[in-house]
Every structure is written in structure tokens, then in C-alpha cells.
Design a protein around this ligand. Structure first.
Ligand SMILES: Cc1ncc(COP(=O)(O)O)c(C=O)c1O
Length: 387
């Protein structure tokens, strides 16, 4: 097929040319005297994306899943109680990891489409007078349902309960695209990955820890080796890594940081919000609704619910085979019920309109009752008038 495949999934996202070129470098000696001049500023600049001054950033040659494990095993002890709300496939997987690691996991089911219930959280923490709960695990942006939770609100609930638990946040599909304020929100461990807002291939788990979380690493008794933060800290202080780093990815990360910081994080958030709003206007014009309830809509991914007599997989299949665009599938409990449009990373008005036009054609082909141009028209008007 002529032309290229258009990637509109919520990660991996499109990698800009500048980053692809930056990664096209010969292999190099990661123990050379010059390697720290690449790596040290990366760790410093990451703090500007996580928005922390007192925290410390880390980069592991791994993925977001490993980031979850870094947070849990470096700060907690086997059998410690952790609290998590399960409302999508990624909060489910984090909960499942905590169980498999031997933590005492208190999980509460929340309807898929909603986010962290702040009142319920506050009440539960107030009940926990003996402070048995050692960590709250919060999925900031549930990529499976397109739901964004209020992490500042989670911090407020914890403070209102005067609860000392650590706050760990999965920001895999939010950090570097949605507003994220580690310092202001009192986040103790923030976890991301390279293949979403950072616009890189998968392969880096990117994290930041607060001083409180770093202190907890001194007593954490989980056996750990490859994912031990102490080894990172020892090597990182001189600008090195404890094992061979994927140097091309680090050059890509350098370029990604340059691009994000040049645009300005507030502008990055605003761009994502605007692109997402245009997409939502198109979805409404198609007569379809979001999986996310009002107030929880994600600005990085829209999970679109199809009518009960339709299968979302047909839309995804038509989009891929006929129009060469990739959409996100519904995962586990929402398989066949939703398709997902990613509006994250290196996207602008016209690339977003490509996604919307492709989805609209696939919907029409699958017998959806839509006036051709309805969604595209709604999005065009939004982008034109807010540009
Ligand atoms: C919110 C969220 N958390 C965690 C993960 C897992 O990250 P990875 O696939 O990089 O291990 C993903 C992946 O899509 C995600 O969207």
C-alpha cells in the first residue's frame, strides 16, 4: 500500500523525525569520560517534566511495568498493605503485580469509566488509624478506559486524613503530555515509560522519587537486583549507569526533552487538551459516547463506546485493512465494546484530523448511522476557531 501506516494508538506514539535522527548514532563507550555529559543533564531535565525540584529522576532500560516494580520493591516490605482502586486494565495489572509480589493488597472495584473516588479514599484513610496502609497506588491516566483521575485530589484526601502512606502514581500515559505536578501534589514515586508522551520507542522506564520514598529504600526488605535503586544511585551520582544503557534511546530522550522543554510543559498540556477536545466533538457528532464519565475524560486517549449491536473490533479492522490506520483495541472487560483513539505525543491539528477522518470512514463502512463529514466537520470547526 502506498503511503504509510498512521499510528493513532495511545502508545507507542509517533516518533518525530528529530528524535529518529538523534537516535541514529554509532554505538559508544558508556564508561567513557564523556558519557556523563550526556546522562547527567538528562536526569536533571527530567525533573522539569515531572515538575519536581526536591525529587530525583531515574532511567531504567525497561518499560513502564518495571517502573511499577521499582516503586513497590524499593520502598516496601513483603506483606505491607497497599491500597489501590481498580477501574481498567492497567490499574488491574498493577494490583495484580502487587499481589504477585506478596504485598497485602486492598483493592476496591470502581466501575470502568470512572476514576479514583476521592471521598471514599479519604474515608478509608481516616478509618486506618493505625496506619497499616503503607502506600496508595494511583493510576493517573487509565489508558484502557480513557479516564484521568485527580492526583492533586488524592493528595488532598491523604492530607485530610493526615495519613503518612507513600503516594505512587502510574503516569505512563500522562507524564510529558497531561498536567503533572509531582512536587505540588506530593507524589512519592512517579512512573512513566518512553513510548508515550516522551515520543520514543519503548525501552525506558522513566521515574522520579521523592526524598521520602528515597528514605524508604534504606529499609525496604524486598529482594531486588536489576531494579535496585541503590545501584542506580551509586552509578548515577557520577553520571553513569549500573549496567549497559541503550545509548541511542538516551540520545533520543535528550532530543525529546529539548523538544518538550522548548515547547514548554504548560503548552504541551494545552496542546493535548485542545486536540482531545476536537476529538470529543467529533465523537459526539457521530452520536457515540466515551467510556469515561463526565469529568474524567482523558486528554491523551478517548475510548469510544459502540452500540450494543456492534463490535468495536470491526471498526478497528476496517480502519487498519482499508485505510491503514491503527486504532487502540478495547482491552479485556471492554474488548469489542470500545475502540480507542490516541491523541498523545507528536500530534497536531491535521494529524488529528487524519485520525478522525479515518475513524469516520470506518464507522460509515460498518453501517453506523452518520452523516458523512459530521465528525470531521465538528473537529475542523474546533481546531480552526481555537488555533
Ligand atoms: C497507564 C499504563 N500503565 C502501565 C503500562 C505498562 O507499560 P509498559 O507496556 O511500558 O510496560 C501502560 C502501557 O500501555 C499504561 O498505559
Amino acid at each position: 500500500m502506498a503511503g504509510r501506516n498512521h499510528l493513532f494508538i495511545p502508545g507507542p506514539t509517533n516518533t518525530p523525525h528529530e528524535i529518529l535522527s538523534a537516535m541514529h548514532v554509532p554505538m559508544e563507550d558508556h564508561r567513557s569520560p564523556t558519557f556523563p555529559t550526556l546522562f547527567k543533564p538528562i536526569l536533571e531535565d527530567l525533573k522539569k517534566v515531572f515538575r519536581t525540584e526536591t525529587g530525583q529522576a531515574f532511567v531504567f532500560p525497561a518499560t513502564g511495568t518495571a517502573g511499577w516494580e521499582v516503586a513497590l520493591t524499593n520502598t516496601l516490605n513483603p506483606g505491607d498493605k497497599v491500597l489501590i482502586y481498580r477501574f481498567g486494565q492497567f490499574s488491574h495489572l498493577w494490583m495484580n503485580m502487587a499481589q504477585r509480589l506478596g504485598l497485602d493488597v486492598e483493592f476496591h472495584e470502581v466501575e470502568w469509566g470512572k476514576g479514583i473516588p476521592l471521598d471514599v479514599l479519604e474515608a478509608r484513610l481516616k478509618e486506618d488509624n493505625s496506619h497499616e496502609i503503607k502506600a496508595v497506588l494511583a493510576t493517573h491516566n487509565e489508558t484502557a478506559t480513557g479516564v484521568t483521575s485527580d492526583i492533586g485530589g488524592v493528595r488532598k484526601a491523604m492530607d485530610a486524613a493526615n495519613h503518612p502512606a507513600l503516594l505512587f502514581v502510574d503516569g505512563v500515559s500522562s507524564i510529558a503530555s497531561l498536567e503533572f505536578r509531582m512536587e505540588d501534589w506530593g507524589v512519592d514515586g512517579a512512573i512513566s515509560g518512553s513510548q508515550k508522551g516522551f515520543m520514543l520507542p519503548a525501552g525506558l522506564a522513566i521515574l522520579a522519587f521523592s526524598q521520602k520514598a528515597l528514605k524508604a529504600t534504606e529499609t525496604a526488605s524486598f529482594p531486588r537486583c536489576f531494579l535496585d535503586l541503590k545501584d542506580q544511585m551509586n552509578a548515577n551520582k557520577d553520571g553513569y549507569t549500573p549496567y549497559t544503557p541503550p545509548t541511542p534511546l538516551l540520545h533520543g530522550l535528550r532530543k525529546a526533552l529539548d523538544m518538550l522543554l522548548e515547547e514548554g510543559m504548560d503548552n504541551v498540556y494545552a496542546r493535548h487538551a485542545r486536540l482531545a477536545e476536537g476529538t470529543r466533538k467529533a465523537i459526539a457528532a457521530w452520536g457515540l459516547s466515551l467510556c469515561a464519565e463526565a469529568g474524567f475524560e482523558s486528554d491523551t486517549v478517548s475510548a469510544v463506546v459502540v452500540p450494543a449491536d456492534k463490535d468495536a473490533r470491526d471498526v478497528i479492522s476496517t480502519a487498519f485493512h482499508k485505510y491503514d490506520i491503527s486504532l487502540g483495541a478495547g482491552l479485556t472487560e471492554v474488548a469489542g465494546k470500545v475502540f480507542r483513539i490516541g491523541h498523545i505525543g507528536d500530534m497536531n491539528d491535521v494529524s488529528m484530523l487524519g485520525a478522525i477522518a479515518g475513524v469516520e470512514m470506518a464507522l460509515l463502512d460498518n453501517g453506523y448511522d452518520i452523516q458523512p463529514g459530521a465528525g470531521v466537520g465538528a473537529a475542523i470547526e474546533h481546531y480552526r476557531t481555537t488555533a
